[in-house]
Design a protein. Structure first.
Length: 79
């Protein structure tokens, strides 16, 4: 990757807020899903899948809305 990729990543980080709490909740959801895959039938384990997808969808949508607001469109190649 060239310098353009680094500049793009820096640009995205500069305008995209970081939700550390969501990272923790998403990590917990992944652990619950892994427990389910390894045969540990934890209560509410199927909810981990839902939580992971809802949070991931929120974060991805936030990135897309942010890019649309900044550039009046969405460059899917860069996304």
């Amino acid at each position: 990757m060239g310098d353009g990729a680094v500049g793009l990543a820096d640009d995205v980080r500069a305008v995209t807020p970081r939700w550390a709490a969501l990272d923790g909740v998403r990590a917990l959801a992944v652990l619950i899903v892994l427990a389910l895959h390894f045969g540990l039938d934890a209560p509410g384990s199927i909810v981990g899948v839902d939580v992971f997808f809802v949070i991931s969808g929120f974060l991805i949508t936030s990135l897309l809305v942010n890019e649309h607001d900044r550039h009046h469109g969405i460059g899917l190649r860069n996304f």
